[in-house]
Each structure stands twice: as C-alpha cells, then as structure tokens.
Design a protein around this ligand. Structure first.
Ligand code: ATP
Length: 570
C-alpha cells in the first residue's frame, strides 16, 4: 500500500471528530492492507514503532527536524523558524515548504507504508557519535520522496504528536468493522490487546486469521494490562456487592508483573515498562522458583528490619535511587507480595476463577523474598472491617476485596476487585489526573516560571481528556522548579486534539504526566469539562498537588466514570 493513501485517510480523520466516522475511515484502510502493513499502521496510529513496553524512541528533537526540513526544502533556517513560529506545528511547516520545493523538482519515487516504517525504524536505531546527522539525512531522504501531505504526517510522527485523536478503542473497532462490517469482534480484539499490550501484533494476527483472536492466549514476555480495582465506601457495601469474598491487604508498594521462562526473568511496571534492572534481588529469587514458565503479579516494597515496618513506594524508590543498586538491595531488601497468577507452565490462568489462581500461586511460592499477599476468606462486613483495621495498624493503606469466582480482568476496572482505603469517606481523597497545561508563576512564583497545573481526567468511553482542576497549591519550591523544567519540554503550541477544555492555561502540554491530586469535594462548574452536563463539568474543590505518579501513563488516569462515582460520595 502507498503511504499516500494512509496520509489522505489521516487528513480526513483529522477533519472529523466523531468516533464513528474515524472508525469507518480507518476500517477502509485495514480492508486493503496486508497483515504486515496493518501491524505498522496500528503502531503509527499509536505514535509508536513497536509496542510501548519495548521503549523504542526515534530520538529526534525539534531542532533536528527543523534542520531536516531546511535541508530538504532548501529554504534558509530563518524562514523555516519563522514558519514554525507562525504555524506552531512542524507538520504543517514541512507540508508547506516542501510543497513549494516540489513544484520545481522532477523525480520522486512513491513511498510505501513499509518503506516509511522501515526508514523510521532505521532512524531509531542510529546511536552514538554522528547519529544525529544520520537521523537527519534519513529524514531528508524521506522528505525528498514524500508528497506534502505525507511530509505532514511523517513529521508529526517523528515529533511524537500525530494529532489525530485516534485512541486504541477506535483502532480495535476499525479492525472489527474492516472484517465484519460491524463492531461485533471488538470484545475479543480488546481482550487480546489487554493480554499482550501490543496493538500491532493484534492487528497482524487478526488480519492473518480472525479466529486466532478468539482463541488468543497470553505469552511470556508480552506484558498484560493490569486489572484495576473499583472502590466502595464501606465493608457493608462490599459484602452487599460480593457476599462471601477474599480480602487481601493492600500494599502501598510498586506494582510489578514478573515473567519467567527458564532462567530468563523480566519485570514490568504497571505502565508495562521493562524494569528488570531495578530489581536484581527479585530476579535472583524468581530464578529459584520451581515453575519453568511463569507470569505472576505482586507489589514490591522494602522492609526495614530495625524499625519493623514497610517503606512506602516513594520512600523505597528514593532510598534505592540514593544508593548504588547492589548496595541498596542489601540495605533495603525488597519484598514482593504476590497477589495474582496469570500463567503457569503452558497454562493461561487468566480465565480461571480467582480462588483457583490463588491456590496455584500458593502451591509454588516459598516464604522467602517472595511472599504471598495476606489473604482471608470472609462472610461478613465485621470480618472485613477487622482485617481493614489490622491492615491500617501495620501502616498499610487498606484492603482489596476480591470476587472468588471472577477471572483476571486484564486492563479493566471491574468489581472483581474492590478497594477500601483509609481515606474514603473521611480525611482526604485523591484522583490521578493528567497534566494538560500549566501556568506562568506570578508574584513570588515568577522566579520559578511556574504557577500551577491544568489537569484532566480520562474519558475511556470517548478516548478524550476532560479538564477537572487548576492545581495551584501543594508545591514545594523544589517541585515548582522541577515541574517547570519537565513541562517546558512537553510544551505544544496548540491544545491537545484529544482534550475538551473550557479554560485555557498559559501553556499547553502534551498529555503525558500523571499527578495525584487531593481535594475536599467535587462540584459542578462551567470552567471544567469532566462529565459535562448542561454546560457544567465536574471540578475538584481546593485541589492540592500530592505527588507525580511515574507509575501511571495518561490512559491510566482516573476516568470520568470514576469521577462521576466519586461525585456521588462527596
Ligand atoms: P491506588 O492509587 O489506590 O493504589 P491505583 O489506581 O494505583 O490505586 P487500582 O487500579 O485501584 O490502582 O488497583 C489497586 C492497586 O493496589 C493495584 O494497582 C496494586 O498496585 C495495588 N495492590 C496492593 N496490594 C494489592 C493486592 N493484594 N491485590 C491487588 N492489588 C494490590
């Protein structure tokens, strides 16, 4: 397939905002592609070259893309920069300046989807001295053969901002529509995606043989999207919902998924990033476990023998960062509290009921560095309450109740797990929100160039971000400096395409970072767009910054649906 066809479809998608139209346009593309092309297009739509957990980055900043446009277009640097100043989008700059040049040039060979993808992949591979020049030259080569419209999307892809507003659910819908004419295969496609976190792989397998998606099985070293917990306000409500259930301590550590095949072990974070290097002591302990092939999940945290207490996630990470890793693992040994099993020697356990998974997990876990999470089966609200109090007295944050019969709900927030934390109903509650903009500092804050954040919730039904608060307090001076530096890099000239907003910050940023924000209650306000009804959205009252949540990506932020639920509590 010619890349031109894809660029034309992207341009049409960009003009539409409705999910249905976008889905149809994409479906028409998937109807015509080979499985390999579908795989590449799915990655490109995600703004990636490979599944995000592989961490492949093109490594080209704004400066180098400007240089490539200058070289390919023949315009002086000052002109390219002036256009950028005016347009605020390098994609449009490339399109405009290359169009002018092409009127004069004679030969050009047309680009295919695979050749564009391969060139981008090569760009990502150039490393070390001289690599910037190699990257620029490869991009110039692409520009020399690209139509202006292709140049727009190639540039935006390289800059990490395709600006189409197409989320994963739309890609999955489009795959189903391309084959069935409707969304009837969306559910198995979504399940497959949640089990491997690799949209390109799902697209390829689906185009090769849709039946394989129905029978999709998890694989070691392909991380699974984590299941998430719903929340309820009291033990009574939990019993009313689940009746007899399991109750586990909720450990405030670092969530990890551990994959083992023979002697090879990989550890993935909640965001599916490979973190194996951070946990050398855990790797050694896992290598000694009996099962050959294994995927299980747990919470890692440090235990201080002298003080007989656990360190929280933040403390653990701070301490581990301060020391060399080897020294840290001796001084603050990490313990893993395993709480779920996904795969055991050839068997996909995600479809088995909780109790069966738990029994299997218990069958091979020794009580060394890897423990089992504390679990008890209960029948009454009183029993839940006494476990909850016991958890709090050991300085844990609460409990998680689990439905005994539920399968593992990969990538979903379901009542299979219900969390009860100290803060619900009393003291302080928090949400995890995505930063979409920030404010210039005024008065005493002017010197930091930072005065607060505009943050948003994620609407997982529409795949859009919706603003919920302007956060101006809770920052130390050190944090203000840190935020300014961090966000300066993510600054974009236009509001993110997948954002609904009513108020404007001084600077927009690419939605990437998640922060935990505390608040007093949730009210309706015309200045925010979260769960908008009659021109008023949900807004946090007295929002305060608590911490950056490095372990969460923008699509793991608190959802609009959750905020609506919390609004009922507040
Ligand atoms: P929170 O901010 O309350 O930790 P979260 O949004 O990070 O919540 P949830 O989706 O609500 O995560 O899921 C509960 C989290 O609790 C899991 O992500 C996991 O890291 C943690 N956890 C701690 N102990 C357990 C346990 N025994 N079983 C399941 N999850 C646990």
């Amino acid at each position: 397939m010619h890349f031109d066809e894809v660029a034309i479809a992207f341009n049409e998608i960009e003009q539409r905002s409705g999910r249905l139209e976008m889905t149809d346009l994409l479906a028409r593309i998937f109807e015509k592609t080979t499985p390999e092309e579908a795989e590449r297009i799915a990655y490109i739509l995600q703004g990636e070259l490979r599944p995000p957990y592989e961490g492949i980055d093109l490594g080209m900043g704004e400066k180098f893309v400007l240089e490539a446009i200058r070289k390919a277009s023949g315009y002086p640097k000052s002109r390219v920069e002036k256009e950028f100043e005016k347009e605020g989008d390098l994609g449009l700059v490339a399109e405009k300046l290359l169009a002018k040049k092409q009127q004069q040039s004679l030969f050009q060979k047309s680009l295919s989807v695979l050749s564009v993808y391969n060139s981008m992949f090569k760009i990502s591979r150039f490393r070390g001295t001289g690599s910037q020049t190699q990257k620029i030259n490869r991009l110039v080569e692409l520009y020399n053969n690209a139509t202006p419209l292709e140049a727009r999307y190639i540039t935006r892809f390289v800059m990490g901002q395709l600006r189409l507003g197409v989320g994963d659910p739309t890609i999955l819908d489009a795959l189903s529509v391309s084959h069935e004419g409707d969304k009837s295969l969306r559910e198995p496609l979504e399940r497959a995606y949640n089990l491997c976190s690799d949209i390109g792989y799902v697209a390829r397998v689906f185009l090769e043989d849709p039946k394989k998606i129905q029978e999709f099985k998890i694989e070691v070293f392909k991380p699974i999207m984590p299941a998430m917990a719903e929340r309820l306000a009291s033990p009574k409500e939990i019993i009313a919902k689940l009746q007899k259930c399991a109750v586990e301590y909720k450990y405030d550590g670092f969530r990890i998924a551990i994959h083992k095949k023979g002697n090879r072990v990989e550890i993935y974070s909640r965001r599916l990033e490979k973190m194996t290097h951070m946990f050398p002591d855990v790797v050694k302990a896992v290598q000694k476990l009996k099962p050959k092939d294994l995927i299980f999940e747990g919470e890692a945290l440090a235990f201080n023998q002298e003080e007989k207490r656990f360190y929280s996630f933040q403390e653990t990470m701070r301490r581990r960062r301060k020391y060399e890793l080897d020294a840290a693992s001796k001084k603050y040994p990490l313990y893993v509290f395993a709480f779920d099993l996904h795969y055991l020697d050839g068997e996909d356990c995600t479809t088995s009921p909780y109790l069966e998974r738990r029994k299997k997990l218990e069958s091979f876990l020794p009580n060394g560095q890897i423990h089992l999470s504390k679990m008890r089966i209960v029948n009454t609200a009183e029993e839940i309450n006494s476990l909850f109090q016991a958890a709090l007295s050991t300085r844990l944050e609460g409990i998680i109740a689990k439905d005994l019969n539920a399968p593992y709900t990969a990538g979903k927030r379901k009542f299979a797990w219900i969390k009860l934390k100290k803060s619900y109903g009393k003291e302080m509650d928090t949400i995890d929100a995505v930063i979409v903009g920030y404010y210039r500092g005024k008065g005493a804050r002017a010197k930091f160039g930072f005065g607060g954040l505009l943050v948003a919730a994620y609407n997982d039904e529409t795949s859009r971000f919706e603003t919920i608060a302007k956060v101006g307090s809770g920052f130390t001076e050190e944090e203000m400096e840190k935020f300014q530096k961090m966000l300066e890099e993510d600054k974009v000239k236009r509001p993110p395409v997948n954002l609904d907003y009513a108020m404007e910050p001084d600077f927009w940023v690419h939605p990437r970072h998640v922060v935990e924000v505390a608040y007093d209650n949730i009210t309706r306000s015309p200045t925010h767009t979260c769960g908008m009804e009659n021109g008023k959205g949900l807004a946090l009252r007295f929002p305060r910054m608590i911490r950056i949540r490095d372990d969460k990506g923008p699509f793991n932020a608190t959802t609009t649906k959750e905020v609506e639920e919390m609004h009922k509590f507040s």
